[in-house]
Design a protein around this ligand. Structure first.
Ligand SMILES: *Cc1c(COP(=O)(O)O)cnc(C)c1O
Length: 343
């Protein structure tokens, strides 16, 4: 029986056609700028995001750290949400490797930054204060349930940043999901940020990679910091070929993931004791289950070949390329039988 792996969209395996594109990729040494496939991916990504230039990196974590280093000076503070991925899941690289402070402000349940708090967090000029160097936002917002920042939210952050002459970095690991939910091109959401990073290795089903996009000047700087972080890759066209394939073939199908997530959420919410936390806006489904230790429920589901995560008081299930509508139905049936039998 198939394992239904709902832990993350990072578990996606490359489709056969993507593997073929990888095998046939034209290659060169990218540190010399000679890999035509990397150059092609970077040009495509820049265009999709409406930016001048782009840079392939190893991971979203590397993209975000590279962006922070490129925008800031050592000793600067980065203002960002207290539920942001950079704060929770990126190993404190900003402090440890960047000499940067992370100055958090509350994220509301939609993943927005509370703007009055952002205003308060931005430092004035005073001999006692570290300088504020950057504002970071996240869309879709992982810990806020895959929630989507709309254009009003993004424009408000942009306006505030402009008032203080600060750059904005958008952690758009799942920006294509946000764009899909808003029914706008990704570039329309990216226009409010100076730099944007999106993941290749999540819903787009590439084996590795992320792309950081911004101005020519910014990407020139980012290229140096990526090298410093050990991210100067040689025949990286092997990786980029998957990205090219993904931008051409995998973006449109994210709609299936959103449909599957809403179907999953609706079915789960109809079961006794289950509450969505919150209802999904993209491909992430979070829920609570009354009367269960969630760790125990996750273990019992695993015995029945349904994988998901216990994430601090909520269960997380993520829909993706490796999960079809039938898998969702089967997962729901298994949850139903467990919940009906009781803890
Ligand atoms: C997954 C993710 C990242 C980091 O990507 P990795 O490739 O796992 O390093 C960054 N930000 C958000 C919002 C993510 O979901």
């Amino acid at each position: 029986m198939k394992i239904i792996d709902l832990r993350s969209d990072t578990v996606t395996l490359p489709p056969p056609e993507m593997r073929k594109a990888i095998a046939e990729a034209e290659l060169g040494d990218d540190v010399f700028g000679d890999d035509p496939t990397v150059n092609r991916l970077e040009a495509m990504a820049a265009e999709v995001m409406g930016k001048e230039a782009a840079l392939l990196t190893i991971s979203g974590t590397q993209s975000n750290l590279t962006a922070m280093l490129s925008h800031c000076q050592r000793g600067n503070e980065v203002v960002l949400g207290d539920k942001s991925h950079i704060v929770h899941y990126e190993v404190g690289g900003a402090f440890a490797l960047g000499g940067l402070g992370l100055r958090t402000v509350p994220n509301d349940e939609q993943g927005r930054l509370e703007l009055t708090e952002v205003r308060r967090a931005i430092r004035g000029r005073d001999v006692h204060y570290p300088a504020t160097g950057l504002i970071c936002i996240e869309n879709t917002h992982n810990l806020c349930g895959g929630s989507v920042l709309d254009e009003d939210d993004l424009a408000a952050v942009r306006a505030l940043a402009d008032e203080h002459d600060l750059p904005v970095h958008l952690d758009g690991a799942r920006l294509f999901n946000a764009a899909l939910a808003m029914r706008v091109p990704a570039s329309q959401l990216a226009q409010y940020a100076d730099s944007v990073a999106f993941s290749l290795c999540k819903g787009l089903a590439c084996p590795v990679g992320s792309v950081l996009c911004g101005s020519e000047e910014f990407i020139g700087e980012a290229r140096r910091y990526r090298k410093m972080l050990g991210g100067g890759m040689r025949q990286a066209g092997i990786i980029a070929a998957a990205g090219v394939y993904a931008l051409e073939n995998m973006v449109g199908r994210l709609a299936d993931d959103h449909e599957n997530a809403s179907a999953l959420a609706e079915e789960l919410a109809s079961l006794p004791g289950i509450e969505l936390a919150p209802p999904p806006q993209s491909n992430l489904v979070y829920f609570t289950v009354e009367g269960w230790s969630l760790g125990e429920l996750v273990r019992r589901l695993e015995e029945r070949r349904v994988l998901c995560l216990d994430e601090g008081g909520r269960i997380r299930m993520v829909t993706h390329y490796g999960v079809g509508g039938g898998d969702v139905e089967q997962a729901v049936a298994i949850v139903r039988s467990l919940v009906a039998a009781g803890a």
